[in-house]
Design a protein around this ligand. Structure first.
Ligand code: NAD
Length: 297
């Protein structure tokens, strides 16, 4: 039997409805949310993504400002802008479009964002506190994966979970979340000797490696839940014989569909839920800032 295809758009819509309700509730208390998005130079598809983000924020009642800095602004120029936003009480959330120019170290720039305004949950302080289950704001893609698993009502406690990829903002925090929910977790990576030995025992298989076609049907346990985090742009020839570019995940979706119990597509799986989670984190950030003001923390 073909796997159930997990609809990321439907999960994202449920999150947006909750965000809309919370934004209205905060507005009644006189709290206005504003997300500032930093963009340095011209990252590929950056403007398209920013426009879509601006539209989604507007629909939910969140103010959005795109701040574009020249590619040669340097570490000093970007730091100065981040510090202005950190100190601006009207700005409740800050995010940074990637990639940054090669001359900048991404984690060290993300570290300069106030952890209470870091809506992507990528500040080293927030990531570190994931280990204590107490980040101010958790990394949104890792949260999105957990949301998808929750949505299909999979029992995580006691499950064999295998995470392929130990990236700092995706694979590693997902592994920690799963351990905290009492799954038995194996985290595989580039040095894993025999990937299939591990993935074939997984009740829950999460793939975040950035390698198209890495996981084929023969690596999947029949009936497993497969969450494909990978986003890869590959060149293909379309039905009219034209060269074109297509977005695919790390899992060979067509073959995996015949073996898995449930699977996320790419696009339309983790991606939309990550975007919606960023908006929910924007609400969460505003609430945490209110608590900080009250407690003087
Ligand atoms: P990363 O480069 O930080 O980490 C990649 C990990 O994959 C590393 O731990 C590496 O050891 C492992 N890996 C690479 N090749 C492997 C192989 N052949 N076998 C086993 N492990 C292998 O990348 P990242 O930032 O963690 O992102 C991973 C993927 O997730 C990328 O495709 C990225 O575009 C995607 N991503 C998606 C979303 C989303 O919203 N869907 C968000 C963030 C990242």
């Amino acid at each position: 039997m073909a796997a159930k295809i997990i609809d990321g758009h439907a999960v994202a819509e449920r999150i947006r409805q909750d965000v809309r309700r919370q934004v209205a509730e905060l507005a009644q208390q006189g709290v206005r949310l504003k997300l500032a998005a930093l963009m340095v130079g011209e990252p590929p598809a950056g403007i398209v993504y920013a426009r879509s983000q601006a539209r989604q924020c507007e629909e939910l009642g969140i103010a959005y400002e795109l701040i574009q800095l020249p590619g040669d602004c340097g570490v000093g120029g970007l730091t100065e802008r981040i510090e202005q936003l950190n100190g601006d009480p009207a700005v409740t959330g800050i995010m940074m479009h990637l990639p940054l120019p090669q001359s900048m170290d991404t984690p060290s720039m993300q570290y300069r964002i106030d952890p209470y305004k870091d809506v992507e949950g990528v500040n080293a302080g927030n990531i570190g506190m994931v280990f204590y289950a107490e980040p101010i704001i958790a990394p949104c893609t890792a949260l999105a994966v957990m949301e998808l698993v929750r949505d299909i009502k999979m029992e995580i406690r006691g499950a064999e979970a295998v995470v392929v990829g130990q990236g700092a903002i995706v694979g590693l925090p997902i592994s920690v979340f799963l351990v905290q929910q009492l799954a038995t977790v194996t985290c595989c990576h580039i040095a894993t000797r025999d990937l299939a030995v591990h993935t074939r025992r997984a009740d829950l298989l999460i793939v975040a490696a950035g390698k198209p076609g890495l996981v084929t049907a023969d690596l999947i346990k029949p009936g497993a839940v497969v969450i494909d985090v990978g986003i890869n742009r590959i060149k293909v020839v379309d039905s009219a014989g034209q060269n074109t570019v297509k977005t695919v995940g790390d899992v060979d979706f067509k073959s995996a569909l015949k073996v898995a119990g449930a699977i996320t597509p790419v696009p339309g799986g983790v991606g939309p839920v990550t975007v919606a989670t960023l908006l929910r984190n924007t609400v969460e950030a505003a609430r945490k800032q209110m608590e900080r003001t009250c407690t003087g923390a």
